[in-house]
Ligand binder design. Sequence first.
Ligand code: SF4
Length: 155
Amino acid sequence: MSACLLGKRVRYDGGSLSLTDEIVERWRSEGRVIAVCPEVEAGMTIPRKPAEILAGDGEMVLNGEADVVEKGGDKVTEAFLAGASVALDLCNRFNIKVAVLAESSPSCGSSVIYDGSFSGRKVRGMGVTAALLRRHGVQVFNQYEIADANKAILA
Ligand code: SF4
């Protein structure tokens, strides 16, 4: 799971997205949950500048067809790819088949992301970590799909 959903203050602005959910609490009590913040794992600071995928999505970043940029224009693509690799390594090491990642993030978004204009506009698409995990067969859900993630675990 995205660490920020578990109350870790790892977001770019130093905050979290704490999620209160009975199913997640049960997963945690069963020792099923591994927390990861791909961006922090890649060495990015807390806080850090907001970043968005420019003219593309996580799939295109994986293909070398788009970049992740910080507000101000600096490219941080390599760090985002490195963070995604850390998340994939965790999935492989712990045989994780289901991930719950924070929606809209350029790393963790799985249905929508910001459009690269830093104007608050969102577009359909995945972040870099979500795209890499899906490419390797991990089922990725967001924080609004916990029941679906639970079904996938039980399937
Ligand atoms: Fe949360 Fe993912 Fe952003 Fe880290 S990279 S703060 S886990 S959404």
